[in-house]
Every structure is written in C-alpha cells, then in structure tokens.
Design a protein around this ligand. Structure first.
Ligand SMILES: C[S@@+](CC[C@H](N)C(=O)[O-])C[C@H]1O[C@@H](n2cnc3c(N)ncnc32)[C@H](O)[C@@H]1O
Length: 286
C-alpha cells in the first residue's frame, strides 16, 4: 500500500455490504447498517447504479456473492467465538469494518482495529462523524504489515496476551508478502492462549497468476497504479489445513466456494453464485 493513501478496496467492500444491507431482512445475507455512512454518497450511488444493471456480476461473476457470504460467515464465526469465551477481538486490516460498532457484545470487551496508517486515519474521522466520538472499547493500532511486526505494535498497546482472542483478517492476505502473513500467524500462535482463534479469507494462486482468468482480478491488476494494493499472496486449493497446521494451529476449517454457497444461498438467493478461487480458513490456537 502507498504511505499516504487510504485503501480504495476497503471502500469498495463497504459499498458491497451497504448494497446487500438495503435488501429486506429475510433476503439479505449480511447486514451492516453503517456501511453506507462509511462510504459516502456519490461513489456509493455510482456503484449501486451499475450493480443494478448487472455490471458487477458480468465483470466478476460470483464476487459480490463471495464478499457477501464472507461477511456473514465471519459474523457467524465471531458469534461462536464470543459464546466460547473470547475476551478480546483483533480486526487485522480493519478498513471500514463496522463489527466493533454493530455488535453490542463487542462493546463490552476490547476490540483492536489494526490497519495501515492512512486507511486508519480516514476511518477514525468517519467514526467520529457518525458516532460523535471514538468509542472507548476500540483501540486503534496502525501498522504496515509488510514493514512492521504485529508483535511490536500490539504489545505496545493494551493487548492482553492472557485473554482468549479472536483474530479477524478479512480481505487482506492477498495484498501481503508471504513473510508478513507468516509473521502475523506466528504472533497469533505464540501470543494468544489456547482456544484463541483466527479467521481469514484468501485467494488461490491460480487466480493471482492468471491460470484462471477472471475479470475482477484483471481489473484489480490494471488499477493497482491507483490503489497501490498489489495481489501477492495465495494458498493453493485444498492446502489451507496443512498450511495452518504447520504453523501451529488445530481444528482448521477451510470453507470453499461450494461450501459457502450451500451454507448461505437458499430460497430467493439460491441462484446467486460464489466465485471459485476464493475461500475462508478458520483455525484454533493449540
Ligand atoms: C480490501 S480492504 C478490507 C477491509 C476490511 N477488512 C473489510 O473487509 O471491509 C484491505 C485492507 O487491508 C489493509 N492493508 C492492505 N495492505 C496493508 C498493509 N501492508 N499493512 C496494513 N494494512 C494493509 C488496507 O488498509 C485495508 O483496510
């Protein structure tokens, strides 16, 4: 990412959440009442207009579907981990993620929003505008994952190594160097107690290297001069369990596009698709 540039992809993803959230309660897959306020008027309406014309689905079939079920799948995991006693939540590459503000249960514990300094500065301005102030239960930690260690940045904050912790890493790993993904996972495995957990989505390298040709990937590549967010990291299909076990995790669940479709797209949503090549892994700390 560029030093002074807020994440464009974070805005795009929040717009997708906002569009889904406009649907009736029984139909929408995820609900983020703040997404629209976080993204502002013109761009939101522009993307929404073209989405209604079917442009997003033509450009990247199943991508809106993936982004929607990803939000829901991670919400479900979060609820499960809170019930299982998670005492703090760390949101890595938080962007415009609104979980800290839309889950009442999270207001009773500490939430860490960890993000690139430029993205975080603009998020904090938006939070102040929407809620009047920065909420006391959120600690904002700035980091460049490719240049700084999570260990240093979190241990300088009020992160409590003794609490069972959930780490959410949504929509970020593909932009990082493999070493940055490794060191972040190593921090989680070493500095959170047994029963802590991590959930993150990732792409298959066959998408990144163009073996599988997809419009939205070409689009992201051609726009990287503007966004500064390069597509770098992937995990080969079917290998996430071994990848995480080698890094000290247990009870790995690897949710691929078929699993996610079958879990969330029923009834009115049955004809929606989830793009192949995107998956979500979750695991527990031993
Ligand atoms: C696609 S957005 C996802 C935002 C949010 N997690 C969501 O799902 O709505 C990618 C996020 O990763 C962050 N990011 C990308 N590269 C980063 C880096 N090298 N260091 C820190 N954060 C980074 C961006 O600032 C941005 O917030």
């Amino acid at each position: 990412m560029r030093k002074n540039q807020t994440s464009m992809t974070a805005i795009g993803i929040a717009i997708v959440r906002g569009i889904e959230s406009e649907k009736p309660e029984g139909e929408r897959i995820c609900y983020d009442p703040y997404a629209r306020q976080f993204t502002g008027g013109f761009l939101y309406n522009f993307v929404r207009f073209f989405d209604k014309l079917g442009y997003s689905e033509r450009k990247g079939p199943g991508v809106m579907g993936f982004l929607t079920v990803r939000e829901r799948h991670i919400d479900e995991f979060l609820k499960g981990q809170l019930q299982a006693g998670a005492g703090q939540v760390v949101i890595l590459g938080a962007g415009l993620d609104a979980r800290a503000y839309r889950f009442d249960e999270l207001k009773k514990i500490r939430v860490f929003e960890v993000d690139h300094p430029a993205s975080q500065a603009s998020k904090k301005e938006k939070v102040k505008r929407i809620f009047g102030e920065l909420p006391a239960h959120v600690t904002y930690v700035s980091i460049d994952f490719n240049l700084e260690s999570l260990e240093q940045r979190l241990t300088e904050s009020d992160y409590d190594k003794s609490l069972k912790t959930l780490f959410i890493w949504q929509g970020v790993t593909q932009y990082l160097m493999p070493e940055a993904v490794d060191s972040t996972l190593a921090f989680i495995a070493r500095h959170s107690p047994a029963g802590s957990s991590v959930i993150f989505d990732y792409m298959y390298p066959t998408l990144l290297d163009g073996t599988i040709k997809r419009g939205e990937v070409n689009n992201m590549r051609s726009k990287r001069w503007a966004s500064g967010e390069m597509l770098v990291f992937g995990i080969p299909e079917g290998t996430a369990t071994a990848y995480l076990e080698q890094r000290g995790f247990i009870d790995v669940k690897d949710a691929d596009s078929k699993f996610l479709h079958d879990a969330y797209f029923h009834g009115k949503n049955a004809s929606r698709t989830v793009a192949h090549g995107y998956a979500i892994a979750s695991a527990m700390v031993k």
